[in-house]
Design a binder for this molecule. Structure first.
Ligand SMILES: *[C@@H]1O[C@H](CO)[C@@H](O)[C@H](O)[C@H]1NC(C)=O
Length: 519
C-alpha cells in the first residue's frame, strides 16, 4: 500500500518512511527521482510481516471550515492492476466515536468529519483495509495509521481553590516562604499551552508598603519580600493573584490569597512614667500566659520513600505540641509550602499522604531531597502558627527509559562516516548506563549500531548504498536494568562519499512535490 500525505493548514508534518525508491521522474535535478512504494503483502502465497513504519498523522484540534476535511490519501499498489475498495476500522471509525474518520471507499481519500478535541482524546489508532470487490480473496494486510491531535491553547488556567488562605508570623525573615498557590490547565502539559506563571497584581492594604510579598512565578510559592509586617496594625492582607499560561503570556485567570499575620513577641514592655528619686519596695510579678505557637517534634523531619508511591499512600504522622499548658488548645495542620503539590495533611491528625505522584527526577528536587513546610495552628482567638520542615529523600525507581539526544542525522550513502549518538537516562545509578542498543525492523537491513567503549554513546553506520532521501531509523535502547524504549532518528541520506560535507544537494518532499536543495 502507498500512503500519500499532505500538508494540512500548516499543521501536518509528513513524510513516508521505509519505502523503496523506483525510477519515476524528479522534476528539477534527478531524472530518476523518488516515488515511495511499499511491498505488497498479498504477492505470493506467504504473507509477509510488514517491516515498515508509517509516521503518525498530526492534526490540530478545533479545526475550522468545511467538514468532512480530507487528511490523507491511501492507495494500494495493487490498484494499478485491479479495482480495490478501502475501509477503516478502530476508534473513531467503527468504534466510538463512530464516524469521526471516514474513507472514500473507491479512491482511498481519508477524512475527518468534525473538529477534534485533544482534551477529550489525544490520539486515534485506525486500521486501513484494502480488498478487491470483484476478485474474491485479493486483499492487503491491514495497515495501522495513528492520528495525533495537536494541542491548541483553548483552556485557561484554573486556581485549585479561591481564596487561598495562609498565615505568616509577623517576625518572619525576608524570603520566608509560607504558602503556595496552584493553578491547573487542561491543555497539553508538554506544551507552553499549559505552562503557567504566577504573579501578584495588587496588595490590600498597601501599608506599610505596597509590596510586602512576592510570588515565585513558576511554583506559586508566596514569600516575605520586605520587612514591615505588623500584626498589631495590619493583621490581614488580601493579594489579587494571577495565573497565565504560555509562560505568562497567554490566557489569564485571577484569584485571591488571604494572609493572616500572626503574633510574634515583638513589643517590649514600656514603663508609663519615669521618676530621677529612688527607694526600695518588693514587687510581686504575676506572669500571665500568652499564646505561643505549637512546636513540631522534631522541627525538621527526614524520611526516605520510593518515588513511585501511589496517590493516597500514608507517608508519616508529623505532629506538633502546644507549649500553652494553661489553656487546652486544639492544634490543626495544614500544608504550608509544597512546591510540587505532592502532599496532603490530615487537618486533625497530622497524617501526611501522597496527593499527586512524586518524581525523583522533578525540578523541585534538590540533591535527591524534597522539602515541604507543614503548619500547625492552634485555636486561640489570635491563633499562633508553628512550622515544621518535612524532608523526603526519594529513592530511585527505574521509571525512565534511555533517550537518544539527537533527533536527526545526515550521512553520505557511500563509505559513510559513522555517526556518534549520545544516550541519556534521567534515572540514577543502576537504572541508567551501561546501555545496550538494537536496531528494529527495516533499519536492521541498512544500518549497524553498537555501543562505544563508554557504553553511553551509539556508533551508527550506514552499511547499504541507500537511494538519497529521508529515512527513519528505529533504535531500541536498554538501560542497565533492561528497561527500554524505541527512539526514532530521522536520517537524511545524500548521494556522496565519506563526509556529509561532500554532499552536492539533497532531495526533499513538500506537499507531494520533490525539491532539490543545495546543501
Ligand atoms: C476521491 O473522491 C472524492 C469525491 O469524488 C474527491 O473529493 C477526492 O478528491 C478523491 N480522491 C482521490 C485520491 O482521487
Amino acid at each position: 500500500m502507498q500512503l500519500v500525505l499532505h500538508e494540512w493548514l500548516g499543521g501536518l508534518v509528513v513524510g513516508l518512511v521505509g519505502g523503496s525508491w523506483s525510477d519515476a521522474a524528479c522534476p528539477t535535478c534527478n531524472p530518476a527521482g523518488p516515488i515511495l512504494e511499499v511491498p505488497d503483502s498479498s504477492a505470493g502465497l506467504r504473507r509477509r510481516k510488514r517491516d515498515w513504519v508509517i509516521p503518525p498523522i498530526s492534526l490540530s484540534e478545533n479545526l475550522r471550515g468545511v467538514f468532512p476535511k480530507e487528511i490523507s490519501k491511501i492507495k494500494s499498489s495493487l490498484s494499478k492492476e485491479i479495482r480495490m475498495v478501502y475501509s477503516i476500522t478502530g476508534e473513531g471509525a467503527d468504534q466510538p466515536p463512530v464516524g469521526l474518520f471516514t474513507v472514500n471507499r473507491n479512491n482511498g481519500s481519508l477524512y475527518v468529519t468534525k473538529p477534534l478535541d485533544r482534551e477529550a482524546k489525544d490520539n486515534y489508532v485506525l486500521q486501513v483495509h484494502a480488498v478487491s470487490p470483484d476478485d474474491y480473496g485479493v486483499k492487503e494486510a491491514p495497515m495501522e495509521i495513528i492520528v495525533n491531535v495537536i494541542d491548541q491553547n483553548d483552556n485557561k488556567p484554573i486556581f485549585t481553590q479561591n481564596p487561598f488562605l495562609g498565615s505568616v508570623p509577623e517576625a518572619s525573615a525576608k524570603d520566608f516562604e509560607f504558602m503556595t498557590v496552584t493553578a491547573t490547565d487542561a491543555d497539553d502539559p508538554n506544551t507552553a499551552n499549559a505552562d503557567i506563571r504566577y504573579s501578584i497584581i495588587s496588595q490590600s492594604p498597601q501599608q506599610p508598603n505596597p509590596s510586602l510579598f512576592d510570588i515565585n512565578p513558576v511554583t506559586g510559592g508566596i514569600r516575605v519580600k520586605s520587612g514591615g509586617l505588623d500584626r498589631e496594625n495590619y493583621p490581614e492582607y488580601t493579594l489579587l493573584i494571577q495565573a497565565a499560561d504560555l509562560e505568562g503570556n497567554g490566557l489569564v485567570t485571577t484569584g485571591t490569597a488571604v494572609i493572616t499575620v500572626t503574633d510574634s513577641n515583638d513589643n517590649a514592655p514600656q514603663f508609663e512614667k519615669t521618676s530621677v528619686l529612688t527607694s526600695t519596695a518588693t514587687v510581686i510579678v504575676n506572669v500571665q500566659d500568652v499564646n505561643e505557637a505549637p512546636v513540631f517534634d522534631p522541627v525538621e523531619k527526614i524520611i526516605s520513600k520510593p518515588e513511585d508511591l501511589a496517590v493516597e499512600t500514608e507517608l508519616i504522622v508529623y505532629t506538633a505540641t502546644d507549649p500553652d499548658t494553661e489553656k487546652t488548645q486544639t492544634v490543626t495542620y495544614r500544608v504550608g509550602a509544597d512546591p510540587a503539590g505532592w502532599l496532603s495533611v490530615d487537618r486533625e491528625t497530622g497524617l501526611i499522604r501522597v496527593r499527586s505522584p512524586m518524581d525523583r527526577e522533578s525540578p523541585f528536587m534538590k540533591d535527591g531531597k524534597y522539602k515541604a513546610l507543614i503548619l500547625a495552628v492552634d485555636d486561640d482567638p489570635v491563633p499562633a502558627t508553628g512550622t515544621g520542615t518535612l524532608v523526603i529523600v526519594l529513592e530511585d525507581v527505574n521509571d525512565n527509559a534511555p533517550v537518544i539526544e539527537e533527533r536527526s542525522i545526515r550521512v553520505c550513502n557511500k563509505e559513510s562516516t559513522p555517526v556518534l549518538l549520545s544516550v541519556t537516562d534521567k534515572d540514577g545509578p543502576g537504572f541508567a548506563d551501561p546501555y545496550t542498543v538494537e536496531l528494529q525492523g527495516d533499519s536492521r537491513r541498512d544500518w549497524t549500531a553498537r555501543m562505544d567503549e563508554t557504553k553511553t554513546g551509539i556508533i551508527l553506520t550506514l552499511k547499504t548504498a541507500l537511494k538519497p532521501g529521508e529515512y527513519n531509523i528505529i533504535l531500541r535502547v536498554y538501560d542497565a536494568s533492561k528497561l527500554f524504549q524505541d527512539n526514532v532518528i530521522q536520517a537524511t541520506v545524500c548521494d556522496c562519499t565519506g563526509e556529509y560535507e561532500n554532499c552536492p544537494f539533497i532531495i526533499t518532499q513538500h506537499m507531494n512535490n520533490y525539491f532539490c536543495l543545495k546543501v
